[in-house]
Design a protein around this ligand. Structure first.
Ligand SMILES: Cc1ncc(COP(=O)(O)O)c(C=O)c1O
Length: 446
């Protein structure tokens, strides 16, 4: 009899249902229970589950050529996907830009970190190595990506392993860490970057990385107009590279191909993952802007970094087939309407005693829960309100993505909603109803 508890899980004290099938916005478990996937698992499944054309494209690729090492071969499918992603990138990145593929968001951010280092070595500026970022951000699980992340609870256990390269405050007007109000604040949170770069006497800062809309950590927190533009301006004036982490926000999730498009900002690198293959295969990467490409092309030529599975043919086939599905069904254009339907369905929840805020951009949205509706004060972390609401909604058959710490890095509960772009108005209502029931259950048990 094989051991049915051999898998090392996310939590050894938890039981997980066995997922057997996915279709559209729905996942079916082995016991026959169906779940409406209102979080696209973790803002991953953009085109919906069970799209047969993607599965076919992957199978065809695997039967023709499953693997070729990137040190020895390129493939037509990888070249094609890179070219297609460049056409989606902001205009200033297309001409002379390149795409580096890997297997997910953490690897993408590790790659961007090392590319920033490479850029300054090629330019004979080896003193520049720090990649600074913001508190309450998440850039991945590997140690380089984690070093850049400002998510306190995810960092804490690994603190001794993490170099401290510097963090500035996040841009989050609802719980402004500086206690200021927009627009009178004149974007003081962005000016922290200017101050940090001005005081960097050794000129050791190579790059700044940020999530244009903060996904998991702050719960779909979009900055006010002017913030992203100012950050880009500061980086440019100090010759520091700007890296937009669009692992969660990219590939149409916020209603534009990349979230930086909302503010017409052209970063030096965009990292992507999640929606790039919509969960059909592990796929992430970096869109590398022309000045970073040029520095290496005119210098050593060689990037001292690599993964065995970079450019994996089956992942490349999945990425291309996902782009085909997005194009054929015009799914990017669907995001604003679907977003409107979702926010309309959630609107009545604003009255609920537990709801402090409902926010987001496109189909990246969140509900924040408060202990005191009048003051907006959060629940203590130990209450795990987000986790309880997630579980109660899951029992009701709706999947959300819970996180804590949005208020100050420790307290503050929210659930993220990031459904497939194919979500219908009816499915938005099912989602809202299940969350309402879940909140009632949690409230009455308090
Ligand atoms: C903004 C952001 N960056 C990076 C990552 C890490 O991506 P992955 O889990 O694919 O390694 C995530 C994952 O949630 C993310 O949301």
């Amino acid at each position: 009899m094989p051991n049915d508890a051999a898998l090392f899980p996310r939590n050894l004290k938890k039981e997980y249902p066995i997922a057997v099938r996915g279709e559209g916005c729905w996942i079916t478990a082995a016991d026959g229970k169906r779940y409406l996937d209102a979080a696209g698992q973790a803002a991953v499944v953009n085109i919906g589950h069970g799209v047969a054309s993607v599965a076919r494209a992957m199978a065809e690729q695997a039967s023709q050529l499953a693997f070729a090492h990137s040190a020895q071969f390129h493939t037509a499918t990888a070249e094609k996907l890179a070219a297609r992603l460049l056409t989606l990138a902001p205009e200033g990145m297309r001409e002379g830009g390149r795409v580096y593929f890997c297997s997910g968001g953490s690897e993408a951010n590790e790659t961007a970190l090392k590319l920033a280092r490479q850029y300054f070595i090629e330019r004979n500026r080896p003193e520049r190595f720090r990649v600074v970022s913001r508190r309450q951000s998440y850039h991945g699980s590997t140690l380089g990506a984690m070093a850049m992340s400002g998510n306190m609870t995810r960092r804490e256990p690994y603190q001794p392993l993490l170099p401290e390269w510097g963090h500035i405050d996040p841009c989050f007007c609802l719980h402004c860490p500086l206690g200021l109000l927009f627009p009178e604040c004149t974007l003081a949170c962005a000016e922290e970057l200017e101050t940090m770069l001005r005081h960097d006497r050794e000129k050791s800062i190579a790059a700044f990385i940020f999530e244009p809309v903060v996904g998991a950590t702050l719960g779909a927190a979009a900055p006010p107009d002017g913030y992203v533009q100012r950050i880009a301006e500061i980086c440019r004036s100090h010759d520091v590279l700007l890296i937009a982490d669009e692992v969660m926000t990219g590939m149409g999730r916020t209603g534009k191909p990349f979230a930086v498009d909302h503010w017409n900002v052209v970063p030096d690198m965009i990292t992507f993952g999640k929606g790039a293959a919509s969960g059909y295969a592990p796929l992430g990467g970096v869109i590398v802007g022309p000045r970073v490409v040029e520095a290496t092309a005119q210098g050593s030529g060689a990037f001292q970094h690599g993964f065995t599975y970079q450019n994996h043919p089956v992942s490349m086939a999945a990425g291309n087939a996902v782009l085909d599905a997005l194009e054929e069904q015009d799914l990017f254009a669907r995001v604003p309407d679907a977003s409107h339907a979702l926010f309309a369905a959630l609107e009545p929840l604003k009255q609920h005693l537990l709801v402090g805020d409902i926010r987001g951009l496109g189909l990246l949205s969140a509900i924040e829960f408060v202990k005191d509706k009048a003051t907006g004060a959060p629940f203590p972390r130990e209450e795990n309100i987000a986790g309880k609401i997630f579980q109660a909604a899951m029992n009701e058959g709706v999947l959300t993505y819970p996180t804590q710490g949005c208020v100050d890095g420790v307290n503050g509960d929210h659930i993220l909603l990031a459904p497939p772009f194919v979500i219908t108005a009816e499915e938005c209502h099912i989602t809202a109803r299940a969350i309402a029931v879940a909140m009632e259950q949690v409230l009455s048990a308090l």
